[in-house]
Design a protein around this ligand. Structure first.
Ligand SMILES: Cc1cc2nc3c(=O)[nH]c(=O)nc-3n(C[C@H](O)[C@H](O)[C@H](O)COP(=O)(O)OP(=O)(O)OC[C@H]3O[C@@H](n4cnc5c(N)ncnc54)[C@H](O)[C@@H]3O)c2cc1C
Length: 155
């Protein structure tokens, strides 16, 4: 949950920090936009990992829907793959198919690989972030906190 919300928050942040250009159009805050996209290259993979963890191996060993609908095998499927009361076996199996689709099925193209490479690979974000993050200022802050000047340590 916090992973999706973090990406949402980054999207809002780079938009609200955007500025008007000379032409009158608006441009997002580029540093925050690249941080947002870098999170997009990472978090869907963690979300997919958590979804696979919760789903269990049935995610990939589950029989076909045809077996579920079959006159002879359907009743065994109903019995053996049922979950808690109040959730139908078919609903459970459909949810597993949805997770399968997003993590290793056709939907993974858009959910995983497009998150990773769509609009540029992570390295492109890292290049842009390194140009805008003002690392020298951050290094000087760290040196100041560590009092390296006071004790004459060359760093
Ligand atoms: C599902 C999907 C949907 C897409 N949809 C669109 C779309 O709608 N519109 C669109 O315009 N494009 C789209 N793309 C293309 C996307 O923008 C490119 O995939 C992306 O820019 C990466 O380019 P590439 O695939 O050629 O990988 P490459 O650029 O070949 O990257 C491969 C590896 O090389 C590294 N690399 C490349 N150049 C450098 C460099 N200069 N310095 C250091 N490392 C480097 C990368 O970090 C990566 O590890 C889509 C891609 C996917 C996978």
């Amino acid at each position: 949950m916090d992973l999706n919300e973090t990406m949402h928050a980054c999207g809002l942040a780079c938009s609200t920090e955007g500025k008007a250009t000379v032409s009158g159009t608006y441009f997002v805050d580029s540093l925050l936009a690249n941080v947002c996209k870098l999170n997009v290259t990472r978090f869907p993979y963690e979300i997919a990992r958590i979804a696979e963890d919760i789903a269990g191996g049935l995610l990939v060993t589950m029989p076909s829907a045809l077996d579920f609908q079959h006159a002879q095998t359907g009743k065994y499927m109903e019995k053996l793959f049922g979950g808690i009361d109040g959730i139908s076996t078919e609903c459970r199996l459909r949810m597993l198919r949805l997770v399968e689709n997003l993590t290793i099925g056709a939907g993974a193209v858009a959910y995983r690989t497009e998150s990773m490479h769509g609009a540029g690979p992570p390295q492109a974000m890292k290049v842009m972030i390194s140009r805008q993050a003002n690392f020298n200022h951050k290094k000087s802050l760290a040196k100041n906190i560590a009092c390296l000047d006071d004790v004459g340590v060359d760093c």
